[in-house]
Design a protein around this ligand. Structure first.
Ligand SMILES: NC(=O)c1ccc[n+]([C@@H]2O[C@H](COP(=O)([O-])OP(=O)(O)OC[C@H]3O[C@@H](n4cnc5c(N)ncnc54)[C@H](O)[C@@H]3O)[C@@H](O)[C@H]2O)c1
Length: 362
């Protein structure tokens, strides 16, 4: 079976990807892939220029799903710039063939976003698994607003029915649940998640500092993380922050001991639409002689672009695991790529495990 799958892969040039949730993150992802496709020798900004023999330019967007009338029915490359989209442009996107289809909203939109951030389309909903099949989709990625649980489980089920792998980039628990992982494994598909780590964002820097503290034998007395953003997801988090805060807190707890302070994570919506995010970290601990010491750190970034930097690796890794029949290795790569994973570990260890799993020696 493994050989047949490897043989099949030799003829597979592109990874066909569909995206659920066409907004800031989707725009950054489509434009980022377009940038590396137009500049094939560019490797700056990539964590892994090659994953097996997959390059970023091997990612092909075949479909999108959204609920907003300004996006449904449009070409994906056009729809990514519609509506409340505020991400900085990386490049003019390639004109991918994929269209955006209307999906059932379920719990995707909080009431406070209706009529402002989101104008719900009156068009009938598409048959999702049929659309995935008709567009020869290999992977469906989930980028709908945080804590859209009902919608996420519906889309994961649709991917299964269409024989597509699924990458859950939002905090809804899915890939961390063994029953869902098994459903995908049974069909030789891959499920990755949950809630991707940015390439270098608040979680990564906060984790790095906390891991370092432990090596230096220091007791943590305070770890506060403040996230200030102005995109649609930050507005959504005014009403649904709990899941995101939990996912982030869990990602920070890997290194902590019982008597260490519990990290806090807070979100603020700043208004003035933009993709700019400001993060403040305040970390306090006791060093030699129980003397206090403090770190104040600030990060400023384009939040969606930072997330897309990891998503291009998740997509190529998921396809590699399918090609090689290594679906069961999915949790190993999730520790490196995701905030919540079933095998939490330090980032340096997760990096080594990830590299080994994708067949690259350090
Ligand atoms: N660095 C990052 O940006 C980062 C990192 C980790 C996770 N995430 C997650 O990625 C997700 C997307 O981020 P964003 O900034 O693009 O969010 P967003 O709120 O700007 O966009 C969400 C999109 O989903 C659409 N949508 C809502 N319900 C839907 C449904 N049922 N079916 C299809 N589409 C639906 C909305 O119309 C909107 O286009 C969020 O859940 C966020 O938590 C982002």
């Amino acid at each position: 079976m493994e050989r047949v799958l490897i043989l099949l892969n030799l003829t597979m040039k592109k990874i066909n990807v569909a995206i659920a949730g066409i907004w800031s993150f989707a725009k950054a992802l489509v434009e980022g892939v377009s940038f590396y496709t137009k500049n094939p020798n560019e490797t700056v900004g990539l964590m892994n220029p090659l994953i097996w023999n997959y390059r970023v330019e091997d990612i092909n967007f075949v479909a999108g799903f959204d609920v907003d009338e300004r996006k449904v029915g449009k070409k994906l490359s056009e729809a990514i710039s519609m509506g409340a989209n505020v991400t900085k442009e990386i490049t003019k996107p390639i004109e991918y063939e994929g269209l955006v289809y209307r999906w059932p909203t379920f719990d995707g939109i909080v009431d406070q976003m209706k009529g402002t951030f989101v104008h719900e389309s009156n068009l009938p909903v598409a048959d999702v698994s049929k659309m995935l099949k008709d567009n020869h989709t290999d992977i469906l990625i989930n980028l709908i607003p945080s804590w859209s649980n009902q919608a996420t489980y519906f889309y994961a089920q649709s991917a299964l029915e269409a024989w597509c792998s699924f990458i859950n980039l939002i905090p809804t628990p899915l890939a961390t649940l063994p029953e869902w992982r098994k459903k995908f494994e049974k069909k030789w598909l891959v499920l990755l998640g949950d809630d991707n780590k940015s390439q270098l964002g608040a979680t990564m820097l906060n984790r790095l500092i906390l891991e370092f503290l432990k090596i230096r034998g220091i007791k943590l007395t305070k770890s506060d993380q403040e996230n200030r953003g102005s995109n649609a997801d930050h507005f959504n988090l005014l009403y649904r922050a709990e899941s995101k805060e939990k996912s982030k807190r869990e990602a920070l707890s890997t290194f902590l001991e019982k008597d260490d302070a519990k990290p806090t994570v807070k979100f603020f919506y700043e208004g003035n639409p933009s993709g700019h995010k400001l993060v403040k970290l305040f970390i306090e601990w006791e060093m030699f002689g129980r003397v206090p010491i403090v770190i104040n750190a600030t990060i400023e970034d384009e939040i969606s672009i930072n997330g897309a930097g990891t998503a291009v690796d998740a997509i190529r890794t998921a396809q590699l695991l399918v090609d090689e029949g290594k679906q069961k290795d999915a949790p190993k790569v999730c520790s490196f790529l995701m905030k919540s994973s079933s095998k939490p570990m330090s980032d340096s260890k997760a990096y080594k495990v990830f590299k080994k799993t994708i067949g690259q020696n350090l």
